[in-house]
Design a protein around this ligand. Structure first.
Ligand code: AMP
Ligand code: ZN
Length: 463
């Protein structure tokens, strides 16, 4: 744990979809707190609904970093770069290229756009961002285990998970198999043992992308990739698994089935967290409704409300509602977020710690509504550095968001070196560091620590 004097570790409470209860979070290993969030399928621009889990779990990542220390948290968010929607898009957009080249063109472009969007929304980069196509061998390994221990079977060119082989299948979504069977609308595919059985691997035709496997050249089903990547980067059992609530069934239910049956564990992740859905101006967002907005369009075009909106405005607009509630996204909401942001000072956190009022609000199942209220009160009440540190915990400090985390660390390091040079009376080299930073647009401000009288230096980006 952080263990800083004067910053007591708050008790972190999280609502767990698995138990339908809010309970105190106890990591398996406080030295390495592990979180997995399902990432985008990279075939098209991410829409503002997709921005919600990205922002919500970024706030949780920041909170975990604060509580356990940045070196003790591993956040994995995958990139789904194998999917039949991607194939269709590749054929449509790049008819002149070979299928593999066309797929790569679609996925690389879309992945880059997604990362740009996430950055514009003030999100830190996850610790690891594995791609599905780099983890095919891991998927094959899990499928082999499932076949070997009687949880999967091959039929009609597919490998299927045998849902009946798992006594407590359906724990997360609280669906039971017989109810599903009774549902008249589920067509029983003739080759499946039970209608709920799902694809782990399917054969590819020559015109479809594929990888060699013990079952022939084929491609993975959707769910298996997250079992493979979470297992590889976080272990057979980890702390938190997140995503939007549409993923509870079938995606997360089936991830659990695969991972638990392959590894013989009682759980896959201890805590399952799901964000609520976002609709736009009172209606479900859809292309046919004409209210479909991508993150890119909101930030860089005049499609929504006739103007561009800054990333931090979208971020605050999102966090003004608790993550489990539905959001009705609107121009009014964005305007409200912008008004709020305009009242907050630009400031540098320096060594300040986030205020307990903000930390405690977030520690209560990410109550960002209360956290924003507390932050607003801090903005009014004076201490700029504490305000800035608290704003940073929510990821809404515009100045900090403009500077890359890695760049900021590097600047801090050079500022520290300069202080050491000054102490050693090596003024020429110290001045040279200051001048180089200034040439890069970083202004240093020297001052004295009120308590110790020691020289301290803060920096800011010149606009
Ligand atoms: P997808 O690309 O559809 O798999 O979605 C990526 C992530 O965005 C998943 O975690 C979804 O649950 C989430 N998501 C998709 N649509 C919305 C929405 N309208 N509101 C909130 N989250 C969404
Ligand atoms: Zn997933």
């Amino acid at each position: 744990m952080d263990g800083q004097p004067g910053s007591p570790t708050p008790e972190l409470k999280l609502y767990n979809t698995l138990t339908r209860e809010k309970t105190v979070f106890a990591p398996i290993d406080p030295q390495n707190v592990r979180m997995y969030v399902c990432g985008p399928t990279v075939y098209d621009f991410a829409h503002i609904g997709n921005a919600r889990p990205v922002i919500v779990f970024d706030v949780l990542f920041r909170l975990l970093n604060h509580v356990y220390g940045g070196d003790h948290v591993t956040y994995a968010r995958n990139i789904t770069d194998v999917d039949d929607k991607i194939n269709a898009r590749a054929l449509r957009d790049y008819p002149g290229l070979s299928l593999n080249a066309a797929i790569r063109a679609v996925t690389e472009k879309t992945e880059k756009q997604f990362l740009d969007d996430a950055k514009s929304l003030g999100c830190l980069e996850p610790t690891v961002q594995p791609r599905a196509t780099d983890n095919i061998a891991q998927m094959i390994e899990i499928i082999e285990k499932l076949i070997a221990n009687g949880h999967a079977y091959t039929a009609a060119g597919e490998v299927l998970f045998d849902t009946k082989s798992m006594a407590d299948y359906g724990q997360l979504s609280k669906r039971n198999l017989d109810e599903q069977q009774a549902g008249a609308r589920i067509a029983v595919d003739a080759h499946k043992k039970s209608p709920g059985d799902f694809v782990l691997w399917k054969l590819s035709s020559e015109s479809e992308p594929g990888w060699e496997s013990p079952w022939g050249r084929g491609r993975p089903g959707w769910h298996i990739e997250c079992s493979a990547m979470s297992g590889r980067y976080l272990g057979d059992v980890f702390d938190i698994h997140g995503g939007g609530l549409d993923l509870i069934f079938p995606h997360h239910e089936n991830e659990i089935a695969q991972s638990r049956c392959a590894h013989g564990t009682k759980v896959m992740a201890n805590v399952w967290m799901h964000n609520g859905f976002l609709q736009v101006e009172g209606r479900k967002m859809s292309k046919s409704e004409g209210n479909f907005v991508t993150i890119y369009e909101l930030l860089h075009t005049e499609k929504f409300g006739g103007r561009q909106w800054p990333g931090d405005v979208l971020r605050v607009a999102m966090l003004m509602t608790h993550y489990r509630e539905p959001i009705d996204f609107s121009i009014k909401r964005l305007e409200e977020a912008e008004r709020l942001l305009s009242k907050w000072p630009a400031a540098e956190p320096g060594d300040a710690k986030p205020d307990a009022s903000v930390v405690n609000a977030l520690a209560d199942d990410l109550n960002t509504v209360a956290a924003i209220q507390a932050l607003h009160a801090l903005a009014q009440s004076g201490d700029r550095a504490t305000f800035a540190a608290s704003a940073q915990l929510l990821g809404v400090l515009p100045q900090a968001a403009e500077i890359d985390e890695a760049v900021a660390i590097e600047i801090d390091r050079r500022v520290k070196t300069r202080l050491e040079l000054l102490k050693a009376k090596n003024f020429a080299e110290a001045d040279s560091i200051r001048d180089t930073l200034l040439a890069e647009g970083i202004q240093l401000k020297d001052g004295k620590d009120a308590a110790t009288g020691e020289r301290i230096t803060t920096w800011e980006v010149k606009r």
